[in-house]
Design a protein around this ligand. Structure first.
Ligand code: IDP
Ligand code: MG
Length: 138
């Protein structure tokens, strides 16, 4: 059993897509073991995306992530990190495969509706960024 962090990003919460995205996740047989809605401020968004701080899009990304509420979700399953990355689709929705969350819902490469951890080390950091061990259930 592996854990991964999903964020439903501000563009998706704003467009009332939380239920649709969670439906796709549950249909894909990934188990929700923790969930909360929150609004990041700029320093929290910057801390979450610190690995991208040298990238040209860092300012745009962190301001967007702090622009409205998000939903943080911990998912569990065999090979959950890779399976959820596949379900999300490519970063740019124009490149995302049919049936993926980003193909169906994302607006652009920046406003791409969901985040997913990319490796066990980043998943551990990202889950710990939003949740205590006692908040994971199931
Ligand atoms: P990922 O979310 O598919 O793992 P990353 O390369 O880790 O993609 O980038 C993190 C996030 O930064 C993306 O999901 C997207 O919101 C944003 N981003 C990535 N590349 C660009 C870009 O070229 N312009 C604007 N935003 C970007
Ligand atoms: Mg990434």
């Amino acid at each position: 059993m592996e854990l991964t962090l999903c964020l439903i990003k501000p563009d998706a919460v704003r467009r009332d897509l939380v239920g649709s995205i969670l439906y796709m996740i549950e249909k894909a047989d990934l188990k929700i073991v923790a969930m909360k809605m929150l609004k990041l401020d700029l320093p929290l968004a910057q801390g979450f995306y610190h690995v991208h701080k040298e990238r040209p899009f860092f300012g745009e990304l962190t301001e967007y992530m702090a622009s409205g509420p998000i939903v943080a979700v911990v998912l569990a399953g065999n090979n959950a990190i890779k399976r959820y990355r596949e379900l999300m689709g490519a970063t740019d929705p124009a490149q995302a495969a049919d049936g993926t969350i980003r193909k169906v819902h994302a607006i652009s490469k920046g406003e791409n509706s969901v985040h997913g951890s990319d490796a066990p080390e980043t998943a551990a950091f990202e889950i710990g960024y939003f949740f205590n061990a006692t908040e994971l259930v199931g």
